[in-house]
Design a protein. Structure first.
Length: 443
């Protein structure tokens, strides 16, 4: 049965109400329950028979039904286990009445793989002086501000999802996946409905997530996109001729989007001399497209990579450090720049940490990813596997430390995973914490 996440606030729980089947983290004498469990086994009857059920995401319910929060807190604090079936029934009924059931969705971002592909040919073009054209009729999603810094204007080109040679017309066809090979399309056919969802809903909403939070020193005049290296990943995307000549008006960043099989990824293709990307590409798999929050958060995650959230960019700006011996690991790569370190210590309420760890499944740097460690930030926007996708202070801090962004801290979204958990989550192994999440076993 498809399962949506059960979200429970951090509450004191009666000691006699134990849920060994829940994925829980015992920290500082209280329970922290995974905010977006993909599979939630819960007590459904007085005699504790277990059954998998579909639940609605409480984060949605809290906004839609603000009056239910005290009621949930009372039920959760109740000393009677029999109150829990009532809670589950309430959640299920609210899901049904509100249309919040959603298919469980996982995806793996392969942006690092895309960046490594033909690395010598795929390095971003560095422009000392951005060429400015004479005009263009391009659509943008934000307006310029004042005082030298303004919300970032991201212009998106969606020519490839309209080109029949660039997408799967059926599940049994084949099309180049833009990295290499011609895999079968399987579930990645791009229907007219999915194309409309991508262009009219998902992309604009994802752009807005960044435009509401990231400010840049705006470029003046239409932005002319430079040629990309022949054979590079970026060169496989369609760039309209007018983008090379007249330029793209009212833009600080131009993003070229494709919808094809072969995973999801994005990368920058051209940067200013200070390192700020002003052109990039994003490839999304049609299989993950539907009109909903998760697809938008996936797109926003990918856009973050095109905007510069990548280990090579952070390393070039001395934002990362290598740490040995953490939880017995040979190597941990940590983002320890000023704002990132402060945001990490504040979120976890632990001063004895350097910063946020990056994901590395082999614990030795060989599988390092440009993502926050899943064990520490599972529900963050830049987590390696699709989850809640909260745009928290952790990601805002990393963007701020890149130097070419200012951020709107007031737009940071809260994340319950690990909130005020202390140093245990950082310093103890998953097995010691009774914490079970993908990619986290011994460490």
């Amino acid at each position: 049965m498809r399962v949506c996440a059960l979200v429970v606030p951090c509450l004191g729980f009666p000691s006699r109400v134990r849920f060994e089947s829940l994925l829980v983290l015992w920290l500082k004498g209280r329970i922290l329950i995974n905010h977006h469990l993909l599979s939630c086994v819960v007590t459904f009857a007085f005699h504790f028979s277990f059954q998998q059920i579909s639940l609605c995401c409480f984060s949605k319910l809290r906004n839609t039904f603000p009056t239910v929060t005290p009621m949930f807190q009372w039920l959760l604090a109740s000393s009677c286990p029999a109150a829990l079936p009532l809670l589950l029934m309430m959640l299920t009924l609210m899901c049904c009445s509100s249309g919040f059931f959603a298919a469980s969705l996982t995806y793996s971002c392969s942006s690092d793989k895309a960046m490594r592909a033909a690395r010598t040919k795929s390095m971003p073009v560095v422009m000392k002086n951005v060429p400015l054209g004479t005009g263009s009729a391009s659509q943008t999603y934000t307006v310029i501000g004042r005082n030298g810094w303004a919300p970032m204007r991201i212009n998106v080109s969606t020519n490839d999802p309209r080109n029949t040679r660039k997408y799967c017309s059926s599940d049994h066809s084949r099309v180049r996946n833009l990295l290499k090979g011609y895999p079968e399309c399987e579930d990645n056919a791009l229907s007219s409905n999915k194309r409309k969802i991508l262009i009219d809903n998902v992309v604009p909403a994802a752009v807005k997530l960044h435009a509401d939070r990231l400010l840049v020193q705006p470029l003046e005049g239409p932005l002319v996109v430079p040629p990309f290296a022949a054979g590079s990943v970026c060169s496989r995307f369609t760039v309209p001729d007018e983008h090379r000549s007249a330029g793209v008006a009212n833009s600080d960043m131009v993003l070229y989007v494709a919808a094809a099989p072969g995973g999801v990824w994005a990368l920058p293709c051209a940067t200013l001399e200070d390192g700020r990307p002003f052109a990039g590409v994003m490839k999304i798999a049609p299989a993950v497209l539907f009109h909903g929050r998760l697809a938008t958060r996936i797109a926003a995650h990918l856009m973050a990579h095109a905007l510069g959230f990548a280990h090579p960019h952070m390393a070039s700006r001395s934002m990362v450090m290598n740490v040995t011996g953490v939880r017995g690991r040979a190597l941990s790569v940590v983002v320890n720049s000023t704002n990132a370190a402060m945001a990490t210590r504040e979120h976890y309420d632990c001063d004895d940490i350097y910063g946020v760890e990056l994901e590395d499944q082999e614990w030795n740097g060989s599988t390092l990813e440009s993502h926050w460690s899943q064990r520490h930030a599972k529900d963050e926007l830049i987590a390696p596997i699709g989850g809640a996708g909260y745009y928290t202070e952790l990601t805002l801090a990393a963007f701020a430390d890149l130097g070419y962004f200012k951020v709107n801290w007031r737009m940071a979204e809260p994340m319950g995973w690990g909130k005020k958990s202390g140093c245990e989550l950082q310093q103890q192994r998953c097995s010691e914490l009774n914490l079970i999440i993908p990619t986290c076993s011994a460490t």
